[in-house]
Write a protein that binds this ligand. Sequence first.
Ligand SMILES: [Zn+2]
Length: 282
Amino acid sequence: MIYRNLFPGGKSRALTLSYDDGVGQDVKLMGILREHGMKATFNLDSGKMGVGGVRDDGVEVRRMLPDEVKEAYLGFEVAVHGYTHPFLTLMPKDMMAREVAKDREELEKLTGYPVRGMAYPYGAYNEQVIEQLRAMGIAYARTANSTGGFSLPKDFLAWHPTCHHNAPDLMELCDRFLNKKNYNPHEVFYLWGHSYEFDADKNWDAIERFCDKMALHEDIWYATNIEIYDYIDASNRLISSCDGRILYNPSAIDVWVTKNGSLWAAGEKLCVPAGKVIDCGE
Ligand SMILES: [Zn+2]
């Protein structure tokens, strides 16, 4: 018996987005994402809320206010981006820990849920930062290193995105993702950026085009970053009997697998419900 991991609903792929700094343009971006049934994670610096102004190019970039956060980001994930958006790699360890913990605590007060994700300010990280975040219970942290690929990270504390929304080959990457014929488990298209860039670059049509192309595919799970992290965690905890007939899902999340599939054929899709033992037969 061979099982391969799938995403919720028996889907083989996922799509997620991650946008930084918590600026006013996030509202417009979320409107577009909602229209297309897409999910995203927004990384906020709670110590800089309300900060901003009009730039030389006439574009206003202002961070959201604390009392706007809960309602504006409803249905999306809010994650840590450093209390004051610092270079975490350039400060003493205790200060670095405070930047993360303080931001997390403030965002939890504003959102009303545990905030466990993060994106590195300036994309800057190193082994010492990763070690600190792991000790603090941060589940994942996004870098700014685009891979052009769709693999899950080896370490969720160095989660490299597929590409920035201004990548010249964005549409080619979308085609590559959509046209994949194999059943490699757990492939993720991960787009990142800053929503004010759409104003600065006058290219809101780029995200509209991306959404039009990537939305409403039956085989794609549209998820926030933490939803993907939690699902993979649950998937990794799946237990099977020696002969592979019996599967036990000890987590609180339904997990999907394909039975006796191959790289080229989906096989039979099975759901192992949260907390349940199932007999999968021969
Ligand atoms: Zn940033």
